[in-house]
Design a protein around this ligand. Sequence first.
Ligand SMILES: C[S@@+](CC[C@H](N)C(=O)[O-])C[C@H]1O[C@@H](n2cnc3c(N)ncnc32)[C@H](O)[C@@H]1O
Length: 242
Amino acid sequence: MSMNYNSLARDYAKHRRTHPEVLRHLIEDGRLTFASRILDVGCGTGNYAVAIEQAVGCECWGIEPSQEMMATAKARAASARFKEGRAERLDFADAFFDLVLSVDVIHHVEDRPAHYREAMRVLRPGGLLCTVTDSEDIIRHREPLSTYFPETIDVELGRYPKIQDLKQMMLESGFTAIREETVEFRHALTDIQRYRDKAFSSLHLISAEAFARGMQRLEADLRDKGSVPWWSRYLMLWGTKR
Ligand SMILES: C[S@@+](CC[C@H](N)C(=O)[O-])C[C@H]1O[C@@H](n2cnc3c(N)ncnc32)[C@H](O)[C@@H]1O
């Protein structure tokens, strides 16, 4: 089921920021310097392109199919550059980028092999690809999403590609040195407005009853305990263009 990211844009910008460990690994493992040029595919409201631009000062580009998401990105940007586009067709010259990344996007991409072929084309030799996504294990153990809204698990397993399949597509597109790492961030959550606002797309894909049930438990635990555990993990899948 596809999401309408235009209508989600406002809530997304309000609640979803960069994951600190994802950002750190993108910069360090991506070997980014002032001289690097990066592409953030499906950049949404510009979270990663803007954060990398601010932290490293390199040339950051973002592409995004939702006009509303991109309007927010453009309004936030210091000098990051954004244009409308999709992962399957990257409107850039060959060998233009040092790093092509996407965060939480690959499950939306219909033609994933086309995306990896395009990423291979626009990377310079030695350039890096990083697909940041969720593995089955991560989906099953998300806190508080999977604990309070267990109905999201099957929804998510149905729409997220398997890591093994992504690796195979990367290999078939010519990427080498494919490796994965899981990063995590724990936090005591005291503000659950992002759940009330359904800032996570899977909350739009479960029944109204399941959502209400989960919210009721979440509100009660927050009231009783003062906070609820938040465990956010991502799998970062890296490949190199030889
Ligand atoms: C969960 S959001 C992630 C946004 C951003 N990467 C972030 O982490 O803040 C998913 C984004 O993927 C975009 N998207 C959906 N289909 C896409 C496609 N085929 N190519 C590129 N982006 C796509 C959506 O419009 C949305 O902005």
